[in-house]
Design a binder for this molecule. Structure first.
Ligand SMILES: [Mn+2]
Length: 314
């Protein structure tokens, strides 16, 4: 809305495929006076339990975001004009020591939030949702969470680690970061050792929409259920790219067959406009297992969908 908003790079002599790839060819945070939405890379995957490589996710998503355009035709919105979106670069985070990394992510996110931005994070493995939720909840209080994922991610410890990519929402619930009456999983289908895991999951505040339901129910019905669950509580949306079928996102750490399509994901996301979205992430993009940028493109466009929703958010 404001005249001083800096949008995507526009140089008639420099094609979209050329030059340095910031997210969507947007300005860096150093190029703007303030950012309403800060795109933050988190190149961290030491919390991963199976195939590593999501540390290379942020760079891969940025590289596959060059074809994002300024106008969202379905929403009739110009997200990069209506609010200031900027690329905040990557968190300075090393591979050794999960607690240390989680602290670094929280400190960086809090700094951006204190400066007036909402954070749209690019992972990285799903561990990073915990410090991002800590930072968002510090500003907004207990949060609703809409969590698109093949897996519950409310497990307890694994191999002696209490903070890993299968536990962020369990830890967040334990820490009082979640509003337990307003959290929703979407796309669940992964393996479960014991039905007690579902009891623990419900205790962490989540209801479940399984991936099979997309075969029987419309996107409108599923989005309606999500909206009813979230209500008017500030919400954090977390998209693990493995919610998509491996045909739509092969480049990820723990792929699960019989998932939803990219089109089904977008059909639901586009019906979530108007929710008070205070933060989001797209995680678990592991480019070493990707082909032709399929997963990178899906993740970049998912981030664009989320940023567009945030640009129209209360
Ligand atoms: Mn996950």
């Amino acid at each position: 809305m404001s005249d001083d908003v800096i949008g995507q790079r526009h140089d008639p002599d420099l094609p979209r495929y050329a030059g340095i790839a910031t997210f969507a060819l947007l300005p860096t945070i150093d190029d703007v006076q303030r950012a309403d939405i800060a795109v933050l890379g988190v190149p961290f995957d030491s919390g991963t339990s199976f195939r590593p490589g999501a540390r290379f996710g942020p760079a891969h998503i940025r590289e596959n975001s060059r074809q994002l355009h300024p106008y969202h035709a379905v929403h009739d919105l110009h997200p990069f004009r209506d609010v200031q979106v900027a690329d905040a670069g990557d968190v300075a985070v090393g591979p050794y020591g999960i607690e240390r990394a989680v602290d670094a992510v929280e400190v960086h996110a809090r700094r951006l939030i204190d400066g007036g931005a909402r954070v749209a994070a690019l992972g990285g493995d799903h561990t990073i949702a915990l410090p991002l939720l800590r930072a968002a909840a510090a500003a907004h209080g207990p949060l609703a969470v809409v969590h698109f994922d093949a897996h519950l991610d409310t497990w307890d410890t694994l191999h002696g680690a209490s903070i890993w990519h299968g536990s962020p929402f369990r830890r967040a619930a334990d820490e009082g970061l979640l509003d337990l009456d307003h959290c929703q999983h979407v796309g669940i289908r992964g393996g479960i050792y014991d039905p007690d895991e579902l009891v623990d999951d419900a205790r962490a505040g989540f209801r479940i929409i399984r991936s099979e339901e997309f075969l029987e129910r419309s996107a409108a019905a599923i989005a309606g259920q999500i909206r009813e669950r979230v209500g008017d509580v500030p919400v954090y949306i977390s998209v693990d790219i493995d919610v998509l079928d491996p045909a739509h996102a092969p480049g990820t750490g723990t792929p699960e067959v019989a998932g939803i399509t990219t089109a089904e994901l977008f059909a639901v996301l586009r019906r979530l406009r108007g929710l008070e979205i205070v933060g989001c992430d797209v995680v678990e993009v592991a480019p070493a297992y990707d082909h032709a940028g399929i997963t990178g493109l899906a993740a970049a466009h998912t981030a664009w969908e989320l940023i567009t929703l945030m640009s129209a958010s209360r």
